[in-house]
Design a protein around this ligand. Sequence first.
Ligand SMILES: Cc1cc2nc3c(=O)[nH]c(=O)nc-3n(C[C@H](O)[C@H](O)[C@H](O)COP(=O)(O)OP(=O)(O)OC[C@H]3O[C@@H](n4cnc5c(N)ncnc54)[C@H](O)[C@@H]3O)c2cc1C
Length: 444
Amino acid sequence: MISDSYDVIVAGGGTAGIPAAIAAARNGAKALIIEENGHLGGTAVMGVPFLGAFDGNGKQVACGLFQEIVQRLIDENGSIGHVHGARWANGREFVLTPFDSEIFKYAAQEMVLESGAEILLHSFITGVSMDGNRVTGVDITSKSGTKHINAKAIIDCTGDADIASLCGAETLKKTHVQNSSILFTLNGVDTQRLEKALEKGENINGWGSWHTRTVEARKLDSGSQSYVHIAGHFTPFGNDKEVTFTAVSGRDGEVYLNASRITGIDGTDSESLTHGEIEERRNIHALVQGLRENVPGFEHAYVSKTSELGIRESRTIIGDYFLTGEDTFGGKDFPDSIARGAYPSDIHDPKGGRTQFIFIKGGGSYGIPYRCLLPKEIEGLLVAGRTISAAQDANGTVRLQSTVICQGQAAGTAAALAVKNRTTPRLVNINTLRNTLTSQGACI
Ligand SMILES: Cc1cc2nc3c(=O)[nH]c(=O)nc-3n(C[C@H](O)[C@H](O)[C@H](O)COP(=O)(O)OP(=O)(O)OC[C@H]3O[C@@H](n4cnc5c(N)ncnc54)[C@H](O)[C@@H]3O)c2cc1C
């Protein structure tokens, strides 16, 4: 039975929210995670692999809870683990960790419950209570009506900074946000035929060059050695607009595709989201027909799953520190770093064209300051995920899943320390936080 009061409320049960709740509970807090959907996972269950866990020199920078989640997925036959051996065009190492998004939903809920945190699904947070500038609780709306739940600390993991915005925190909404995509899974793909066609550079009937990087590894279940990731560009329907795609294959015959895009969607506006969902579903319908007609291996493919519209960016908080592109590309470190990012900044053209990558200096990593998780002038609130305080070019790298999971672990740990020491997240001793994170496996 959900109670009226918790030490820590985690708003949003997605990529950052899951580790935030686990870390808060493991560090002694009575924690509740509140999620609008009927399952945990958020954007992490769209069907994309974990990226950004290793730097360009092959060093692991996302550790701790992230590694535990990967191990749990491996144990549940939901991942083959980290796949090494591929390279970017500039020679830097490219490591990906593919996983089964349905098994992730299960593993995540079990890990949260095992930590002692509670879960409330089908509940949308629509309001907050404040004592001056300190947030003290949230209002939720669900089939049961409305309910207020108090908390000593709240972690905003909504992906849209909903809670920060409800608190009146300063947020930034860019005029040109990165494009949005529905991801889809195809089954019935002859993945070996597809791979052979790409290897031979077979003509893809005007659908452009399909093959910039192919990564091979063992498949789940069959154990066959074949491609798990292909990334490239193609020009569907003879348009002049080339699109970037990635195809991930975890099992024989199955391909997760990230190949369609829509521009100009506001992830905080339901009418805009509705427009995006409708248009992207049309795009995917046409794309699948085109794949079946033009691309070897896809002749008998059928859609087995589609995600909701994936929002790459919406609101960003303005925190005690605003992370810049120069900080991330320059591989900067900070005395209050609580997580590390390493993936090149991955900017999906707001106008819909090719994805641009900006690499980290020397193939290294950068630190994420704790201050980026603290919305200016609001107490009792932490933010983790794609909405932390960062400029658009920095956001292109801090939003990657492994990096977001590490932010979540840091936020959950900080919230629990704040409650334990009867203080606010802003006044948590940074050395204690960093030592706690390190002792719990995090790479900071
Ligand atoms: C199309 C696309 C492709 C991507 N590809 C990759 C990739 O290949 N590899 C990679 O590592 N990263 C990739 N990313 C980036 C990464 O997946 C996201 O940036 C990251 O998962 C975001 O995590 P988050 O916790 O901030 O948000 P989310 O994971 O989206 O979590 C937010 C959660 O909060 C819930 N919520 C929102 N508002 C409320 C509310 N008011 N009340 C209750 N619940 C609420 C949502 O339902 C959701 O579950 C991709 C992103 C997109 C959109």
